[in-house]
Design a binder for this molecule. Structure first.
Ligand code: SAM
Length: 233
């Protein structure tokens, strides 16, 4: 598994991270998560109770959201997926320093590895309860929009794996068009229903803590667009 972390004595330097990567580049199209029939140790050796319910944070960056949430909800496993390897290394370093055993970060392209991640959770007896996709890279240019993370396949995989009664997907962005597009993808999937009727948006963050990106957007007094979905009964 590629989610290694450095020794406690050498903090990872976060100032030199690349801002954006192209998830469609061939190096990011290679699977990085093992099939559960081969290996589930990436979960079992990183979480003290791998069969507990899971929260999945897609595009977790430096992991601040999962690192803040996991001490508040010790019976939930927080799993962050992030495409940039050095950023995952940094997040793991932070987790190790805080000695958290219900939080883990996986270096992968969610559009390539989500199925194996979800199969892995299932294989260790865990259940996917909640998902967050917060402030995903907007990829503004028309020709780059196909790089956006929320695509029909990702929505279907989440719907098929999520716990029926309590499952919730929370979406947020500071770019209205990006939120609207994510929302449309979930509305297009007949497994999900929007928790907000009509054209309105969720007024508040439903989570106990904001992400790093949300904090910087709110500090600049800019709006945040939010939506959430549950599984149809
Ligand atoms: C703008 S940041 C937002 C980070 C965090 N969610 C927040 O709100 O502070 C989006 C993150 O998603 C990651 N990302 C983009 N495409 C991804 C993909 N296909 N799979 C996993 N992570 C991805 C980026 O590398 C980046 O760290």
């Amino acid at each position: 598994m590629l989610t290694t972390s450095r020794s406690f004595n050498k903090p990872v330097n976060s100032s030199r991270f690349r801002q954006h990567v192209n998830p469609l580049a061939s190096r990011y199209q290679q699977p990085r998560v093992p099939s559960p029939s081969v290996d589930t140790s990436w979960l079992t050796s990183n979480l003290s109770s791998p069969s507990n319910p899971y929260h999945l944070d897609i595009g977790c960056a430096k992991g601040t959201f999962c690192l803040s949430m996991s001490p508040l909800n010790p019976s939930v496993n927080y799993l962050g997926l992030e495409i940039r390897d050095p950023v995952v290394e940094y997040a793991l370093d932070r987790r190790n320093r805080r000695k958290l055993d219900n939080c883990h970060f996986v270096s992968c392209n969610a559009n390539v590895d989500l199925e194996r991640v979800l199969e892995g959770i299932n294989a260790v007896g865990g259940l996917l309860k909640t998902v967050t996709i917060q402030f995903p890279d907007p990829h503004f240019k028309e020709k780059h929009k196909k790089r956006r993370v929320v695509v029909p396949e990702l929505v279907r995989l989440i719907g098929e794996s999520m716990e029926k009664e309590e499952g919730v997907v929370y979406l947020a962005s500071d770019v209205k068009e990006v939120l609207d597009e994510m929302r449309e993808e979930f509305n297009n999937c007949d497994m999900f229903e929007d928790t907000v009727e009509g054209d309105g948006y969720l007024e508040e963050n439903v989570n106990e803590v904001p992400t790093e990106r949300e904090l910087s957007v709110l500090k600049d007094d800019k709006p945040v667009w939010r939506a959430s979905f549950r599984l149809r009964r």
